[in-house]
Structure formats: C-alpha cells, structure tokens
Design a protein. Structure first.
Length: 288
C-alpha cells in the first residue's frame, strides 16, 4: 500500500519528498507546478506516514513500488521530481522503467554515497537524540512556525543556519530577500508544518540514512530520460558533487548551479529563476 495525493490536470509529475516527509511535504515542495497545467502525484515514500517500509527499503524496490502505484492509478508516464534523499529512488525509476519516465528533476538531491553527507547532520536531527528528542524537536518546529509571522528574522536565521553554508552578509541578504517575498515565507511555513508529526516519518528517515551510506555504483550513463539538476553551491547538507556526478555522466543532463543558494534553492530572488528553469524544462519534454 502506498499513500498518495493527486492534484491537478495535465502531464503528470511524480513528486518524491525529502526526509523527514510524507505526501504532504511532496505536495508542498511541488506547489510551484500546481496551476501550471500539470497533475501532481505525491506519494509518501516507504516508511513515511501510512506507507509501510517493509519490502521497499532499497531505492530499487521503492522504484518498482512506485510503478505499481502508477499502474493502479492508470498513469502511463511521468516526470519525476525528487528532493534530497529521494534522489536514488528517482534515478532507479528512470533506469529500471525508462518507458514510464519522460523527464527527471533533481533538486538538492542525493545521487550516491558520500561520507560528508548524513541524514543526521544539522540541528533538527541532532535534537532527535535521546528519549525526549522527538518531543523537543516538534516543540522547536512549532515555535519556528509560530515565530515566522511575528519574529521572521529570528526564525529565518535558525532555518538558514541549518541550510546555508554561509553566515554573515549573505545570510542577511537572503533574509532581506525573503522578507520582500511573502509568498516564499508562506511556502517555508508550509514546509516546516510538513515535518511533523515526526514519529510516523522517522522510519523512512532512518532508512534513507542507511540506504545512502550503502549506495553502490549506479550506471548513470544508462539514464535515457532528460535530467535537470538544480543545486546550490552553498548547500551544507548535500554536497555539490551529487549534482555534478550526474551532469557529467547522464547523456541528457542539464545542470543549474546557483552560486548564492543553499539547500533550499528556491529561497530568495533565485527562486524566480529556479521556477522558470524547471517549468521550461518540463514543458520542453512533456508528452505532446
């Protein structure tokens, strides 16, 4: 059983959420594509919310499970949108089921093993250690969501401290850009809400850590679908090599690097550029 949401009409996008997540986080991440002539299917990945982990731990198995979901929904072909640790599943979907995938967008996505990367990095996951960790982290998230409308600079500084490999002037510039874009603040608030409740999302998050550490060599040269990689140079969570390795090896890859962006590449003025690039890429390759 795979829990999912389905919204919209038009060529289908399969939105694979980051961790911790679920169908709600995938839908929130894909909101730029809603109202643009696409259908968005957002499943809870294995171990998240109501999708069981058993039998779909590996990216290969998760990819096969998603094809079974598409069969059940009567969907023939999709573009796959993947964030963070959903990257390996998106790649396996394109490799194992090439006739079902018409494009792939990897945004700040994991594409292989890397000793510098771990799901346990950052203040959010560090707070999960110990018996009261989940409660403490959920309380912190609740405070952040409540603080964004009334003390946005304080809340944004906390978020950027976890997602941007640069403090000082660049952090201040990005905060100013966000305060000029209320739509982005609303989106960020929505994404923070989708991190909780944490307990039913943790099995998938833990599995992502285990699978990422064991990722083997992937035949990226065999990916037939066009691939767009969007990555921030200042991403402290997923190193830049995850994007460049695919860009150098996948035959139909396009690489969009953002020199002043962190893990959340859509934050700030760069968000308009990212949205335009992704929409252009999808419409260029959408089934006619």
């Amino acid at each position: 059983m795979v829990e999912c949401a389905r919204v919209g009409a038009g060529p289908t996008l399969l939105a694979l959420h980051a961790s911790p997540g679920g169908w709600d986080r995938g839908l929130a991440s894909a909101q730029d594509f809603l109202g643009e002539g696409f259908t968005v299917i957002s499943p809870s990945r294995p171990g998240a919310l109501r999708t069981p982990l058993d039998g779909a731990e590996r990216p290969e198995d998760a990819a096969d499970q998603l094809v079974a979901l598409l069969d059940a929904l009567g969907v023939e072909r999709v573009a796959v949108l993947a964030w963070q640790h959903a990257g390996p599943t998106a790649i396996q979907l394109a490799l194992r089921h090439p006739t079902r995938v018409w494009a792939v967008v990897l945004e700040s996505a994991v594409t292989g093993a890397s000793p510098a990367l771990g799901v346990g990095a950052g203040p959010l996951s560090r707070g999960l250690q110990g018996g009261l960790g989940v409660w403490r982290t959920e309380t912190r998230l609740h405070v952040l969501v409540r603080a964004l409308p009334v003390a946005p600079r304080w809340a944004l500084r906390w978020v950027l401290g976890a997602t941007l490999a640069a403090q000082g002037p660049r952090e201040d510039e990005l905060i100013d850009e966000l305060l000029e874009a209320p739509g982005q603040l609303k989106r960020l608030t929505g994404l923070l809400r989708c991190l909780g409740p944490l307990a039913p999302r943790l099995p998938g998050w833990d599995n992502d850590r285990r699978q990422q550490a064991a990722l083997h060599h992937t035949a990226l040269e065999a990916i037939r679908a066009p691939v767009l990689l969007v990555h921030g140079v200042l991403d402290p969570i997923v190193p830049l090599e995850h994007a460049t390795r695919v860009a150098h090896r996948a035959p139909r890859a396009e690489l969009m690097l953002l020199d002043r962006a962190g893990h959340l590449v859509w934050l700030g003025r760069a968000g308009t550029e990212v949205r335009a690039k992704e929409l252009d890429f999808l419409w260029r390759h959408a089934p006619k």
